[in-house]
Structures are given as structure tokens and as C-alpha cells.
Ligand binder design. Structure first.
Ligand code: UDP
Ligand code: MG
Length: 343
């Protein structure tokens, strides 16, 4: 990987005839890599690509855009092909053979980036491509991670609050300080992404993981707009899965908390048992309602615990099996080594 990161410098002179070395656009080693996961985004593709390419062309730094097609079944794949044919100088397309999820798509993109700075962005234009330069400029102040947070969210009530709750739990469970792990408009120095790739993580919390590896991160306010086209790909089930991933992916605290609760309930039930025995001895009568409630409570705790154990076991299972996290069907990109192809 490191040889990819050579800078290409050309000698030239400025208007005062001083010799300067300028970095030129080199497709093998762009300065910036933008990774975008896409899943059935035909309504957004044209708008996204024209706005993004215009912004980045104007920014005057070399860049590449890696679209990761997460098994789209609408016109997105053809649109990506057309886009590649039009702008293969900056566009690369990775296509999965099926749908693996937004974060897996981002990870696949991370494994292929060639830039020194990596930016992630969603395809749905809820975050504005036009704001990428301000994140990159912020990075120049010496930060190794600039994480967008949504100043004002424009999602439905359920999505907004679910996300706030998940952010709160993540903060408590993992201790990772960041304002909004769900905001995908973020910029990272390359070494952070290299570390994320090395972990071979499968959890959905890449943003929190990256935050952990960053030495000098900063939260940065970004605009958030309503999704104008297409639908959100998240539902209640996916959000619950994310929360589980988050809790079990970052610490053993839930398992330990469960043991603590188990211990507390066992002590309480032991006391309760003695109280009942005492009542029997002194001849008090009572109904069974409380007993049932108690048994159900105990059962629910046990079932919850088994579920939690299952989560960890499942993680260990996948880690041991080392199943591929995704399967790439096709990569569209200009050949890297053969310079003739690039001309
Ligand atoms: N996405 C994806 N695979 C999926 C779901 C979503 O690649 O299985 C992409 C989607 O195309 C978009 C981004 O991930 O670019 C965020 O998805 P969405 O807007 O549906 O999420 P939300 O904004 O509701 O969090
Ligand atoms: Mg969205």
C-alpha cells in the first residue's frame, strides 16, 4: 500500500520565477478518496454525481470517488457504468453480488482507497457534497479526523429519536466521545482507515471504531436535508440490530452487567424465599399473583441473558469461520499499473 502513496511532484516556476514543486493529479495516488455506498439510489445518482464532481473538480486537489454498489436491483448499476465511462479518470465502481449493508459497503471501499485522506458520504444527498471542502479545510488545521454531526436532523420523528437514543447508549457503553456516529459525512487521515481495515470488523460501528483510532478528532457541524428521493433503507429491525452490534462490538460490559443483574436478582429471590417461608410459618395466606410475576421476571432475565450470550457467541463464530464479509462481483477502474490505459 505504501508505494501507492508516493507523491508525484513536477518542477515548475511561479510568476516570480521561483522554482516550485507542484503536486499533479495522479490517478494512482490521488490526495482524496471519497467512498459512497449505494443501494437502489437511481433517483439520486445523477444529481449526486454532478454535484459531487463539480465540487471536487473546483476544489483543485486530486481525488477519486469509489462507489460501492451494495447489490442494487434498480437502474443504479447501469447508471454507475455510464458514469464510469464518462469520468473514469476519477470514478471507480465496486459491485457486490448481493446486499450486505451500508457499513460493509463502506468497508469494501476502505479496502480499495488510494488517497491520503478518506471521505465518506451517503448517496441520498441528505448530506451535501458541497460541504466536503470545508471538512477537508478543517483537516488542514491538524486534525486527523473531522466527523460531521447533523446540526438539525431532517428525518422522521422515529428515526431522529431512535438515532439520538442509540448515540446516547453508544456514548455510555463504549465511552467513545463523538457527537453523531450516524452521520456519514466524515473525513479521515489514511492511517485511521488502514487500522479499521486491519481489524476485519464486521460491526456496523465503523465510525465509532475509527474515532477510537484517531489521535486528534473533531466534531464538525454539517447540514442535513430531508431525503428528497427514494426511501430510507432503515427500519426498526435494522436499528435494533445496530444497537446490539454496538453494544457487543465494543465491550463486554453488557455481559458483565447481565451477570451483576443475575446476582442481584438471585440475592433478592433468596430473601423473598425466606420471607415466604416465614409467612407460611406464622400462618399468613396470600395469592399466587406475585409468585407468577416473580417467575416471569426471572424467566425474562434468563432469556435476555441467553440472547446476549448468543450475540457474543455469534461474533466469535463468525470470527473463527472467517467467512468473507462480502463478495465483489465486479470492479470498474482504470488499470493502475499500465500507464497506457490511463492516457
Ligand atoms: N445503503 C447501502 N446498503 C444498504 C442500505 C443503505 O449501501 O443496505 C446506502 C444508501 O444507498 C445510502 C446510505 O447507505 O447511500 C444511507 O442509507 P439511508 O439513507 O437509507 O439511511 P438513513 O439516511 O436513513 O440513515
Ligand atoms: Mg439517508
Amino acid at each position: 500500500m505504501s508505494e501507492d502513496r508516493r507523491k508525484i511532484l513536477v518542477k515548475s516556476t511561479d510568476n516570480k520565477k521561483n522554482v516550485i514543486y507542484k503536486k499533479v493529479q495522479d490517478e494512482n495516488n490521488p490526495e482524496i478518496s471519497i467512498v459512497i455506498p449505494v443501494f437502489n439510489e437511481e433517483e439520486n445518482m445523477n444529481n449526486l454525481s454532478s454535484r459531487l464532481l463539480k465540487t471536487m473538480d473546483d476544489y483543485k486537489h486530486s481525488y477519486e470517488v469509489i462507489f460501492v454498489d451494495d447489490g442494487s436491483i434498480d437502474k443504479t448499476p447501469q447508471m454507475l457504468k455510464t458514469l464510469f465511462n464518462e469520468r473514469s479518470d476519477v470514478i471507480r465502481v465496486i459491485s457486490f453480488n448481493g446486499n450486505y449493508g451500508q457499513y460493509v459497503a463502506i468497508l469494501a471501499g476502505f479496502e480499495h482507497v488510494r488517497g491520503d485522506i478518506i471521505v465518506t458520504l451517503d448517496a441520498d444527498l441528505q448530506n451535501l457534497p458541497e460541504e466536503i471542502p470545508s471538512l477537508l479545510d478543517k483537516m488542514k488545521e491538524g486534525y486527523d479526523l473531522v466527523g460531521g454531526y447533523r446540526k438539525e436532523r431532517h428525518d422522521n420523528f422515529f428515526r431522529t429519536y431512535a438515532s439520538k437514543i442509540i448515540n446516547f447508549i453508544r456514548g455510555k457503553v463504549t465511552g467513545i466521545k463523538m457527537k453523531d456516529h450516524g452521520c456519514m459525512l466524515r473525513a479521515y487521515k489514511r492511517y485511521i482507515i488502514d487500522e479499521v481495515v486491519k481489524t476485519r470488523e464486521t460491526s456496523t460501528f465503523i465510525t465509532a471504531l475509527a474515532q477510537k483510532f484517531a489521535g486528534n478528532p473533531i466534531d464538525f457541524p454539517v447540514t442535513h436535508e430531508e431525503r428528497k428521493a427514494g426511501n430510507s433503507k432503515y427500519n426498526l429491525y435494522k436499528l435494533i440490530r445496530i444497537t446490539f452490534d454496538l453494544m457487543t462490538g465494543f465491550s463486554l460490559a453488557p455481559l458483565q452487567a447481565f451477570t451483576m443483574v443475575g446476582m442481584m436478582i438471585s440475592s433478592a429471590s433468596l430473601i423473598y424465599f425466606f420471607v415466604e417461608v416465614f409467612k407460611k410459618v406464622i400462618g399468613h395466606h396470600h395469592g399466587f399473583g406475585l409468585h407468577f410475576a416473580f417467575v416471569f421476571l426471572l424467566l425474562s432475565v434468563i432469556i435476555l441473558g441467553i440472547g446476549l450470550l448468543g450475540e457474543y457467541l455469534g461474533r466469535a463464530y463468525f470470527a473463527v469461520c472467517a467467512h468473507p464479509r462480502f463478495v465483489i462481483k465486479e470492479i470498474l477502474e482504470r488499470s493502475k499499473k499500465n500507464k497506457k490505459d490511463i492516457k
